[in-house]
Write a protein that binds this ligand. Structure first.
Ligand SMILES: NC(=O)c1ccc[n+]([C@@H]2O[C@H](COP(=O)([O-])OP(=O)(O)OC[C@H]3O[C@@H](n4cnc5c(N)ncnc54)[C@H](O)[C@@H]3O)[C@@H](O)[C@H]2O)c1
Length: 370
């Protein structure tokens, strides 16, 4: 199969959809891989690395897209990219269409087959192509929070691990899923005093068991959040209610109960944020201060660590890429009931119900197409 890997063009996106290792894997299986010149640069992969892996390089973007059967990307296609997509091509990337009506319509118009990373499922009911980025964001949350606690950043001047004779800082993590567990784990590793709040007892059981009581697990209620607000130096917001905007768990009025210079890191900002005072920021200016509380609300945290994020993402996508290349999309999806829900748009039709419902469109059961 002819596979193309464009350079990402979304603002401050440095990841790439295929590593040289992945390219070698595909070339060895008899596929032709063409990578846009400098596509891997931001993630630490040179053009020479791809050539050494057997891939060809292409500088002309139109030629790259028009010659491909399968296009591998990271971010949802931007307008100029969608304009290049044609019927018969397969696009495999993050799409997040339920929040993107214009993109949904333009992908339908393209006639292409569009498979989204984020709607592929696994046997445990998880989202295996979202989890690696949640892991990255969760681990970064504490790094960002610890930095924000420094005086020069507007923070209280607290060192999370403390020192001998000085108690460690207190970290509360609201939402103990993938992001939350990874944040809590980093905070534990730093030596902070860690509390995780979640609505799911099953999840709290897992964390209690896994960390042998080294982090406090607390059922998430308004009272428990009030207590976390009063006591914590750093609060990480990591809740998710699938398909819904994040609930506002900390209001502006509650900020006055926090210690001055405490830090809120709202990882759930990509779902609207779980603190009332959160607004999306970028890596260029990641924090701002409201009522003396430092807010870090970067919506694409993994972008800052493009090397690690690219490797983590491509480890997860690679088995699906290989299946698409070896079998074609129809057979690959037919053979794997967890891959099937990845199909979002095919030949002008929406094939993912939540996306169709979001925009009042008809949806076609993907099982009927494979
Ligand atoms: N900013 C970024 O760069 C970035 C990167 C990755 C993920 N995220 C976002 O982080 C959020 C969390 O993702 P995840 O993968 O950990 O999701 P997840 O489903 O693994 O975990 C979410 C957890 O929140 C819990 N929860 C729901 N309501 C709650 C409440 N009221 N109080 C306490 N807990 C509650 C759930 O029980 C669940 O355990 C999502 O919004 C995701 O989109 C952001």
């Amino acid at each position: 199969m002819k596979i193309a890997v464009p350079k990402e063009i979304k603002n401050h996106e440095y990841r790439v959809a295929l590593t040289p290792t992945g390219a070698r894997e595909l070339v060895t299986r008899g596929h032709s891989v063409t990578v846009q010149v400098s596509a891997g640069e931001g993630a630490g992969f040179s053009d020479a690395d791809y050539q050494a892996a057997g891939a060809s390089l292409e500088a002309n973007v139109d030629a790259l897209w028009s010659g491909a059967e399968l296009i591998l990307k990271v971010k949802e296609p931007q307008a100029e990219e969608v304009a290049r997509l044609i019927r018969g091509q397969t696009l495999f990337t993050y799409l997040h269409l339920a929040a993107e009506e214009t993109l949904t319509h333009s992908l339908m118009t393209s006639g292409a087959t569009c498979i989204a990373y984020e709607t592929i499922t696994d046997r445990e009911g998880g989202l295996p192509l979202l989890a690696p980025m949640s892991t990255v964001a969760g681990r970064m949350a504490v790094q960002a929070g610890a930095h924000s606690l420094e005086k020069a950043q507007g923070g209280a001047g607290v060192l999370l691990p403390g020192v001998p004779g000085v108690a460690p800082g207190k970290v509360a993590v609201i939402g103990g899923g993938v992001v939350g567990e990874n944040a809590a784990r980093m905070a534990l590793g730093l030596g902070a005093e860690v509390t995780v709040l979640d609505k799911s007892i099953a999840r709290l059981e897992v964390l209690d068991d896994r960390y042998q009581g080294r982090m406090k697990t607390v059922f998430s209620t308004a009272d428990a959040i009030d207590e976390a607000v009063r006591e914590s130096d750093l609060i990480v917001g990591a809740v998710l209610i699938p398909g819904a905007a994040a609930p506002k768990l900390i209001t502006r009025a509650m900020l006055t109960d926090m210690k001055p210079g405490s830090v809120l890191v709202d990882v759930a900002i990509d779902q609207g944020g779980c603190f009332e005072t959160s607004r999306a920021t970028t890596h260029a200016e990641p924090t701002y201060i409201v009522d003396g509380i430092v807010h870090y609300c970067v919506a694409n945290m993994p972008g800052a660590v493009a090397q690690t994020s690219t490797l983590a993402l491509t480890n997860a996508t690679m088995p699906f890429v290989i299946a698409l290349a070896d079998k074609g999309w129809q057979q690959a999806l037919a053979d794997d009931s967890h891959f099937l829900p990845g199909l979002n748009v095919h030949d002008g039709q929406v094939t993912y119900r939540a996306v169709a419902e979001a925009f009042g469109l008809d949806s076609v059961d993907p099982a009927r197409l494979v």
